[in-house]
Design a binder for this molecule. Structure first.
Ligand code: PMP
Length: 443
C-alpha cells in the first residue's frame, strides 16, 4: 500500500512539482529523495517509516525542533480568532504589535523597529530598498550601491539575488543588476578599497551575514566586523547584518553580530524567528533610521507585502520565542556547539582527509581535502557522496561545493549530548566507509 502510494506521489511530483533549489535531472531520474510525513524533536520520518536526524534543522530553520504542539495550538487559536487582516494603511493586529515589541526588546543596541516579511529573501530586498529610500529622503539619492561579500548568500528575490556573492545564483538568469558590488571575504581592507574606488557618495549600504551559511559556514576573523563598522561610519554607509540563519540563537548568542560586539544599522531575520512553523521574516531598523523616516517621510511607504504582519505567523513567532527563552536554547546552542567541535576534532585526528573544522554555536563545517598542507581537493568531490551515505545511516546533512568540499551542520538548538553522540557515531561510521571505499581507492 505504502509502496503504491509512494509510486503515485513520485509520478505526480515529477510531473507537477518544480522543486526549489533542486536538480531537475535528479528529480526526473529518481523522484523525490524522501517524502517526509512526520517530525518529532530532532527527528524526521518519511512515508516508508525511515527515521532521520535532521542535522540541518531542515533549512537551518527548525530551531526548536519538530512536532511542537504548543506552537500548533497558538496557530490554531489565532487562526480561529483572526487568521488575517491587513497591515497596510496603518491597520494593525495584536500579534504583530506584540512580536515587533518583543523582537525590539531582544535586538542589540538601538535596533528597535520591525518591518515584517514572509522570509529571508523578502527581508533582504526590504533592507536594500529601505537603505536606498533612506538616502533618497536624506537628499543623497545617488547613494544606490549595495556592497556584499563574494561567498555570501542573501536569497533569491531580485535584490537579494544580486546582493548574493555566490555567482552561480546570479548567472542562473544571466541578469546582473547595476548597483551591486562584491568584496572578498578575507579582510575589511577590501571594503575600504572598493568604497574608495566606487566613490563613497554612491554607496548606500554594506550587507553581510555574521557567519556565512550557504557559502560554507565561514566565520569571519575576529576584528573583521569591528573594522567594517568603523569603515561604514567613516564613510556614512549603512551596515546591514543578514541574520537570517544566525538570528534567534543559532550561534549561541541571540544574534550573530553580538559575538563581535558590533551593532549594525539593520538586521534582517527569518528562519529561527518561527522555526519554520510559519513563513515569517523581517528587518529590524535602528532608532536613528526610524527617527529619520518619521521626520522626513511624506506620504506612503511604497513597500509592503500582503503578508507583512500576518497575524497567525506573528502568533507562531511569539510562541516560538517563548520556547527559546523558556528552554534556554541559546545557552544550549553555545554549549552543544563546543561539544560538537570537540567531536569534530576527534574525527579530524582519526581521518587524514578531514581538513579544517569549525563551529560557532550549532553552526558547523567539516572540510574534506586530499592534502591538509596544500588544501588540494579530491578529483571527485567527497562531500556529495558522504551525505548520501549519512542519509542511508539516518542523518541528513548538506554540502557546500563551490570551490570547496565541505559538509555543513545546523542541528536543532534542542540537541542533547546523547543525540550529538548519535550524530558523531554516524559520522564516524561514514568516514570509515568513505576511507575504505573511496579515499584508499583513489590513492
Ligand atoms: N539570507 C541567508 C543568510 C540565508 O541563509 C537565506 C536562506 N537560506 C536567505 C537569506 C533567504 O531566505 P529565504 O529562503 O527564506 O527567502
Amino acid at each position: 500500500m505504502t509502496i503504491q502510494l509512494k509510486e503515485t506521489l513520485k509520478v505526480l511530483d515529477q510531473k507537477h512539482f518544480l522543486h526549489p533549489t533542486s536538480s531537475i535531472e535528479q528529480q526526473q531520474a529518481d523522484g523525490p529523495a524522501a517524502i517526509f510525513t512526520e517530525g518529532e524533536g530532532i527527528y524526521l520520518k518519511d512515508m516508508e517509516g525511515n527515521v532521520y536526524i535532521d542535522g540541518m534543522s531542515s533549512l537551518w530553520n527548525v530551531n526548536v525542533g519538530h512536532g511542537r504542539e504548543e506552537i500548533a495550538e497558538a496557530a490554531k487559536e489565532q487562526m480561529g480568532k483572526l487568521a488575517f487582516s491587513s497591515c497596510f494603511a496603518t491597520f494593525s493586529n495584536e500579534p504583530a504589535i506584540r512580536l515587533a515589541s518583543k523582537i525590539a526588546s531582544m535586538a542589540p543596541g538601538n535596533l528597535n523597529t520591525v518591518f515584517f516579511t514572509s522570509g529571508g529573501s523578502e527581508s533582504n530586498d526590504t533592507a536594500i530598498k529601505l537603505a536606498r529610500h533612506y538616502w533618497v529622503l536624506k537628499g543623497q539619492p545617488q547613494r544606490q550601491t549595495i556592497i556584499s561579500r563574494t561567498q555570501s548568500y542573501h536569497g533569491v528575490a531580485m535584490g537579494a539575488t544580486n546582493a548574493t556573492g555566490l555567482k552561480a545564483f546570479r548567472d542562473f538568469t544571466n541578469s546582473h543588476a547595476p548597483g551591486f558590488h562584491y568584496v572578498y571575504n578575507q579582510s575589511a581592507r577590501n571594503l575600504r578599497d572598493t568604497i574608495e574606488q566606487l566613490g563613497p557618495e554612491t554607496v548606500a549600504a554594506f550587507m553581510s551575514e555574521p557567519v556565512q551559511g550557504a557559502g560554507g559556514v565561514n566565520i569571519a576573523q575576529e576584528n573583521y566586523f569591528k573594522e567594517v563598522r568603523e569603515i561604514c561610519d567613516e564613510y556614512g554607509i549603512l551596515f546591514i547584518a543578514d541574520e537570517v540563519i544566525t538570528g534567534f540563537g543559532r550561534t549561541g548568542k541571540l544574534f550573530g553580530m553580538q559575538h563581535y560586539d558590533v551593532v549594525p544599522d539593520m538586521i534582517t531575520f527569518a528562519k529561527g524567528v518561527s522555526s519554520g512553523y510559519a513563513q515569517l521574516g523581517g528587518v529590524i531598523i535602528s532608532e536613528n533610521i526610524h527617527l529619520d523616516l518619521c521626520e522626513l517621510s511624506k506620504g506612503t511607504l511604497m513597500h509592503g507585502y500582503t503578508y507583512s504582519g500576518h497575524a497567525v505567523a506573528c502568533a507562531v513567532g511569539l510562541k516560538n520565542i517563548e520556547i527559546i527563552e523558556r528552554e534556554n536554547l541559546v545557552e544550549n546552542a553555545a554549549k552543544m556547539g563546543e561539544a560538537m567541535l570537540e567531536g569534530f576534532r576527534v574525527l579530524q585526528d582519526k581521518y587524514s582527509f578531514i581538513g579544517r573544522v569549525r563551529t560557532l554555536g550549532l553552526l558547523g563545517a567539516i572540510e574534506l581535502v586530499k592534502s591538509r598542507e596544500t588544501g588540494e581537493l579530491f578529483d571527485t568531490l567527497l562531500s556529495p557522496i558522504f551525505v548520501q551515505e549519512t542519509m542511508k545511516r539516518g542523518l541528513i546533512l548538506r554540502t557546500v561545493t563551490y570551490e570547496q568540499d565541505t559538509i555543513v551542520f545546523a542541528p536543532p538548538l534542542i540537541l542533547s549530548q546523547a543525540e550529538l553522540n548519535e550524530m558523531l557515531r554516524i559520522l564516524d561510521e561514514t568516514f570509515e566507509f568513505v576511507r575504505k571505499n573511496i579515499v584508499e581507492k583513489e590513492g
